[in-house]
Design a protein. Structure first.
Length: 417
């Protein structure tokens, strides 16, 4: 059976995702998708007529991000019309899922050259909300759709769930802030040492001028003292009526966990940054490699998915990692590089503790707290980041996982060639 090979991985810089303020916010989402698709083409002498499919991820598929963003970005990038495209949504986990779906097509022998990736412009979310949203419930619950969902499986706001999980796990605010500070410090080191250089591609405006060539969200000046002075971010959100019967976000969790008492602890310094970004991975089968003369950088070992408690939302990465390890016949100690998305500090901290991971191997180049989390693109970004780190250090295996809305987590293991 053919392998699913990763030939190349690229990403844009992550721009601050504030409408009218971030360096990428004035662009169309297709501009970001086209930027990474052009880079993959040009770096690998890719004849785009040979691309069997483009599997793309985007979470908020409305407004400018509506339609099939993978196909439309490819056309905007000047790809041959033979290069098909599809766009999926697994909320935050979509960027991993696009790669796992592409790998499945290659492993099955259905396709030979597939590009996987994703795009998310958080600044566009704000722009769209300004003309679509009438109430806080609509703003927080748009993606959930069916109100009946709350009868059986209430879903709280992710930030409120993060605070509740911290209390359940006995993880203190100073411990969360220590992880947030480490994220900033590691991201600064990675930037200063050029560790992002292989994957990072600049984004240009349509007139050819430079839009952004560096990660814009980083706060390297962060200190333990500055973090300690920040106010919790989700105290007001707790009290928002989040269902038709008026149940608040806090009450949703308290109904499911009536004995739990907690206080808000997460804030801007321990939560993922709101950013715009895109990423793409060029993938091929054995036949695709041979026909194009490519040398692979890694292979996909396994890719799995797990569901967990939708009320707490954020706890699936641990069972996902365990399932992926079992499928691959590996142990946690066999993994040289871990990327566990820092949606909130508690997600990564809990995973480190539950899995018994050496924290020096986790998010080595910083995470979403420092660099930002462009929802549908993040998973693809992290796979590229993990691959670069494997090559930098000579490691063999990397495991990438992340929580996703609805109480899910995909996970993928790659092996450096």
């Amino acid at each position: 059976m053919s392998q699913a090979w990763i030939v190349d991985a690229v990403r844009t810089p992550r721009g601050v995702g504030k409408f009218g303020k971030g360096a990428l916010a004035h662009l169309h989402p297709q501009d970001l998708g086209a930027a990474v698709l052009r880079a993959v083409r040009d770096r690998n002498a890719l004849d785009t007529a040979k691309v069997d499919d483009i599997v793309w991820s985007c979470s908020q598929q409305r407004g400018k991000q509506g339609g099939d963003l993978g196909r439309l970005s490819a056309l905007w990038a000047g790809y041959d019309t033979k290069a098909s495209g599809v766009t999926l949504d697994r909320f935050c986990g979509g960027g991993i899922t696009s790669v796992s779906f592409a790998a499945g097509q290659l492993l099955a022998g259905f396709e030979d050259v597939v590009i996987a990736g994703g795009t998310e412009m958080m600044s566009h979310h704000q722009e769209a909300d300004s003309w679509e949203v009438d109430t806080p419930f609509q703003a927080l619950g748009r993606a959930r759709g069916n109100y009946a969902l709350y009868d059986e499986h209430p879903i709280a706001h992710v930030g409120v769930a993060a605070d509740a999980i911290a209390a359940m796990e006995g993880i203190t605010r100073p411990e969360l802030e220590a992880l947030g500070l480490m994220s900033q410090q590691r991201a600064k080191t990675a930037r200063d040492e050029g560790r992002f250089a292989r994957s990072l591609v600049p984004v240009y405006n349509r007139d050819g001028s430079l839009a952004l060539d560096h990660d814009e969200h980083m706060r390297p000046q962060t200190t333990a003292e500055s973090l300690a002075g920040l106010k919790p971010a989700f105290t007001a959100v707790e009290q928002i009526a989040a269902s038709p019967d008026g149940t608040t976000m806090r009450q949703m969790i308290e109904r499911a966990y009536p004995d739990l008492a907690w206080e808000p602890v997460h804030h801007a310094g321990t939560s993922s940054g709101v950013v715009d970004g895109s990423a793409a991975l060029l993938m091929a089968s054995d036949t695709g490699l041979a026909e194009n003369g490519w040398k692979p950088r890694a292979r996909v070992v396994t890719a799995i998915n797990v569901g967990d408690c939708p009320t707490l939302i954020l706890n699936a990465p641990v069972p996902a990692a365990r399932k992926a390890l079992a499928r691959a016949g590996l142990r946690a100690g066999d993994i040289d590089v871990w990327e566990i998305n820092e949606a909130f500090a508690v997600v990564t901290e809990k995973a480190i503790r539950d899995l018994g991971i050496d924290r020096s191997k986790v998010n080595v180049n910083g995470g979403a707290i420092a660099l930002g989390h462009p929802i549908g693109a993040t998973g693809s970004i992290l796979i590229g980041t993990a691959l670069d780190e494997l090559e930098r250090t000579g490691g063999r295996y990397a495991l990438i996982t992340m929580c996703a809305f609805g109480g899910m987590a995909p996970a993928i293991i790659i092996e450096r060639v």
